[in-house]
Design a protein around this ligand. Structure first.
Ligand SMILES: *Cc1c(COP(=O)(O)O)cnc(C)c1O
Length: 473
């Protein structure tokens, strides 16, 4: 590509990294900035300007290339580099278990436990009653058994790990029978057939997408069948002419041929949500009571705890799983254990403690409560007194998320905002750029915030974000 004369002039005017570095010494802002951060920021700003000049699409004036202007840009870039990349955000999407936004937020007890264990030594692998080495897996095993009715339990890093570990232990080199209707993809490239392949299990598909019968499983059983697997179709639903085989039937079949039965519940829950006016999701207790040998589920979906994979089931099978060396690679961290224990203790008394677990509280929040919050937010925003802003209360429907309740839409309330002279995309971006980013959505040409997932103390944060934005437009 030919470089024009104008481009050559601009390139010659573009200051070098060393020059800007010298210049930065005169500004006290840069005094305590680590040199590595400063140099990287300067390089990237100068490189960016060089690219703009070479592209020749934007009009660059020579003032833009002055040392002091460049230093201002460097300052912004340094500020960004010095703040944490993992930030708290306001979830205004209404999706309660939003995988991109960290799934579940923790119960107060879980957070308290987490802080204590994080800042102190603990009996993670030390048996306080005997004074000898213990196992980290014993920390939540009893309570998981108590709540689920299972004989044994263990926890690993996440449910994908739990599934992999169980398949590797039970099916390595053998056939695993699964219904075609349950070969699910969870998202983020977790697909049951792929995990199966990695585990060494050989997938034996039976039935059709919409209908699978007991005979399909039975006819597929051979001498080298290692496992019957049922997967909860978390994030979709087959409706219409559909049939599947219940876990009880699979367990009976497994007993007849002495083949273990596993169920991957995905978003496992101990709560019967139909009691709270939601649709029914299968509970862990029911799967255990059906006689499944092993049941796996996530810690941070409907359970409302930290990221973890929970495995409950029969003692002998769990014993084999615990001995698998892969366990070590999927080992649960002590911070997770602390948060998990703080969460699951609530399940002993869950009917009274639903509200202690934010995920459960948000899922069952009465629409009247949401409306009160929405009205409050609308008032706060109107009080900014900017006549360009229009604030509207809106009927919305929120989604549970987390690969659960695929068909359920929860009636909710929200606030929609427009600002005269400003595009809704601009509002959305400004909210996303806020120091505490506010993640909403655009609908009907308004910036929409669903109050189901917004915490009370976040209302002033939203107000301030709008005030800051209005000051600048
Ligand atoms: C979500 C899900 C998984 C994966 O669980 P993670 O906790 O994300 O690792 C596995 N199986 C099913 C059916 C799921 O819904």
């Amino acid at each position: 590509m030919d470089v024009t004369e104008k481009q050559q002039t601009l390139l010659r005017m573009l200051p070098g990294v060393d020059y800007i570095l010298e210049l930065s010494k005169e500004d006290p802002f840069f005094n305590n900035i680590p040199k590595s951060v400063l140099v990287r920021s300067i390089r990237s700003v100068v490189e960016n300007l060089r690219t703009i000049i070479m592209d020749d699409k934007q009009d660059i004036t020579d003032t833009k290339l002055s040392g002091s202007i460049i230093l201002e840009t460097v300052k912004n870039s340094v500020k960004q580099a010095m703040t944490s990349n993992l930030k708290r955000i306001v979830n205004a999407t209404g999706v309660v278990v939003h995988t991109n936004l960290g799934r579940s937020i923790l119960a107060d007890d879980a957070v308290e436990n987490l802080l204590t264990i994080a800042s102190r030594y603990s009996n993670l692998e030390f048996d306080l009653s005997t004074g000898v080495r213990g196992s980290r897996y014993s920390i939540v095993e009893d309570i998981l058994c108590e709540i689920s009715g299972a004989e044994a339990a263990m926890v690993v890093n996440n449910n994908a790990g739990a599934v992999l570990l169980c398949l590797e232990t039970l099916s390595n080199g053998k056939k695993v029978i699964v219904s075609r209707g349950e070969l699910v993809e969870i998202g983020g490239s977790f697909r049951i057939p792929d995990v199966m392949a990695k585990s060494g299990g050989i997938l034996k598909e039976v039935g059709t997408t919409n209908r699978t019968h007991r005979d399909d499983y039975e006819n597929a059983i051979e001498h080298d069948t290692g496992l019957l697997l049922k997967v909860h179709t978390s994030n979709f639903s087959v409706v219409g002419f559909a049939a599947d085989v219940s876990l009880e039937e699979l367990v009976a079949l497994g007993a007849k041929y002495q083949i273990p039965v596993m169920e991957d519940l995905g978003s496992g829950t101990f709560v019967d949500f139909s009691k709270y006016g939601l649709l029914k999701e299968p509970t862990v207790q029911e799967s255990v009571a059906s006689g499944a040998d092993v049941v796996t589920f996530s810690g941070d979906k409907l359970l409302g705890g930290p990221q973890a994979g929970i495995i409950v089931g029969k003692k002998d099978i769990l014993g084999r799983i615990k001995k698998n060396p892969i366990t070590r690679a999927l080992r649960i961290d002590k911070l997770t254990l602390a948060a998990l224990e703080g969460t699951i203790r609530h399940y002993r008394n869950i009917d009274r403690e639903m509200d202690s677990i934010p995920t459960l509280r948000m899922l069952t929040l009465p629409v009247g409560h949401i409306e009160t919050k929405a009205t409050e937010l609308a008032k706060l925003l109107e009080n900014t007194g900017d006549s360009r802003m229009s604030v509207k209360l809106m009927d919305l429907s929120s989604r549970p998320g987390g690969g659960s309740f695929p068909l359920l839409k929860l009636p909710s309330k929200g606030v929609g905002v427009t600002v005269r002279g400003v595009s809704v995309n601009f509002i959305e971006k400004k909210m996303r750029d806020n120091d505490i980013p506010i993640i909403g959505r655009i609908e009907e040409d308004r910036f929409i915030m669903d109050l189901r997932t917004i915490l009370d103390d976040e209302l002033p944060v939203i107000k301030k974000a709008f005030e800051n934005m209005l000051r600048k437009v």
